[in-house]
Design a protein around this ligand. Structure first.
Ligand SMILES: Nc1ncnc2c1ncn2[C@@H]1O[C@H](COP(=O)(O)OP(=O)(O)OP(=O)(O)O)[C@@H](O)[C@H]1O
Ligand SMILES: [Mg+2]
Length: 363
């Protein structure tokens, strides 16, 4: 039957695609992407406290991945929310839920013999959406052009078909037989397939982007889920949608795989650069803090400044880094020395590690 964008695409073929051929161009990009990912992974492994810097990369990815769905929050709002979740805006909370979903997915995968299972994907989407959504069970889902409402794609229907397609995708992801396909190319296939199945009523894009990161961890290409693809997708969003359609309508796997490999190359380089710059800034800050605080210099405070760049006196108290009086003295001195910058929002004064904020927001 000829493909029809208005009819559920129940003929969506299982992976791997028969039409895909590795060109010279793909092999060149593949080598480059593997090299940059390896570099990023090596850098992460050499960090004294990987969690510290990884947290910022993961938050950036959460912010950009959510922005694809038009959940827009500023960098400042997000880090403020990470310090004080109770007063966070709806958008900032959703970004924090994305990060939580990524970590939950990672935990489940590790607990389930490193398998990336359908039920984990369900849990991921439930955490992103903070609801009990399951796999779509009613007909009527289609992807529409946001401007004119025209149908772009109708994913498979219904529960039994989705169940079969997901089971098949799960087998492809967790296949124990060493495949001749490179895991980065497999990741590109998996991402298309997950989006084309479109298992949920909402949150498929974000869940699919989390699956990418988890897959690279499963394949031991990254020890931590520091994949930062979404900044690239945000920038080249129209192309992202067009290329997904290109696979469905014209079996154009080549351009889709090229897009994903290019995104990997650019974003792995960017993450490496950001981590290196953050490390230098941290060293520089440590020296300056020692001059300003003398013998009361606190390494815990330095670490906190690079985990949560929006500090406040209560935070230092809650983390048992210092009593109120000491915390207040430290933060004021650091503000006077231009290491932090005091910033009043409502009745709360935040002391912002503004240099880190600047560094994170530039590409
Ligand atoms: N033609 C298409 N074929 C298959 N999948 C598509 C197509 N166009 C878009 N998609 C996928 O659907 C996702 C959007 O689906 P959904 O709204 O359920 O996810 P989301 O996480 O809420 O949104 P977003 O991905 O925009 O953040 C897109 O990110 C993309 O990955
Ligand atoms: Mg959506």
């Amino acid at each position: 039957m000829a493909y029809d964008k208005n009819t559920p695409f129940n003929e969506l073929p299982d992976l791997p695609p028969v039409e895909f051929q590795e060109s010279q161009e793909i092999l060149r990009h593949l080598a480059k992407a593997s090299r940059y990912l390896g570099q990023l992974n090596g850098l992460c492994a050499s960090l004294p406290d990987p969690q510290l810097l990884i947290n910022t990369i993961v938050l950036q990815e959460s912010k950009d991945s959510s922005a694809i769905e038009n959940i827009v929050t500023t960098q400042d709002e997000l880090y403020k929310a990470a310090t004080e979740e109770t007063t966070a805006s709806h958008a900032a909370k959703e970004v924090l839920s994305y990060r939580e979903a990524l970590y939950i997915g990672l935990e489940r995968m590790h607990a389930q013999k490193n398998l990336l299972l359908t039920n984990t994907m369900v849990e991921i989407v439930q955490t992103i959406k903070q609801n009990k959504a399951g796999i779509r069970s009613t007909p009527g889902t289609s992807l529409k052009n946001a401007i004119n409402g025209e149908v772009i794609y109708t994913p498979p229907c219904c529960e039994d078909v989705l169940g079969q397609k997901l089971a098949s995708l799960e087998r492809f992801i967790n296949d124990p037989i060493v495949s001749p396909l490179d895991p980065l190319i497999k990741m590109a296939f998996i991402h298309y397939q997950f989006e084309a199945i479109h298992p949920f009523a909402d949150g498929n894009g974000r869940a699919g982007r989390i699956v990418n990161a988890l897959y690279l961890v499963q394949q031991e290409l990254l020890a931590q889920p520091v994949l930062y693809l979404s900044s690239y997708i945000v920038r080249y969003k129209t192309e992202y949608y067009q290329l997904l359609r290109g696979v469905t309508e014209k079996h154009n796997w080549h351009d889709w795989v090229m897009y994903i490999l290019t995104a990997l190359i650019e974003t792995a380089q960017l993450s490496t650069k950001k981590i290196r710059n953050t490390l230098s800034l941290k060293e520089e800050t440590e020296q300056k803090m020692k001059q300003v605080l003398g013998s009361s210099f606190s390494y815990d405070l330095l670490e906190l400044m690079f985990t949560l760049p929006y500090l406040k006196i209560e935070l230092l108290e809650n983390k048992q880094i210092a009593h109120r009086q000491t915390a207040s003295t430290w933060l004021k001195k650091l503000d006077e020395a231009n290491i932090l910058r005091a910033h009043k929002i409502g009745r709360t004064t935040y002391f912002v590690n503004y240099k880190l904020m600047d560094l994170l927001s530039t590409d």
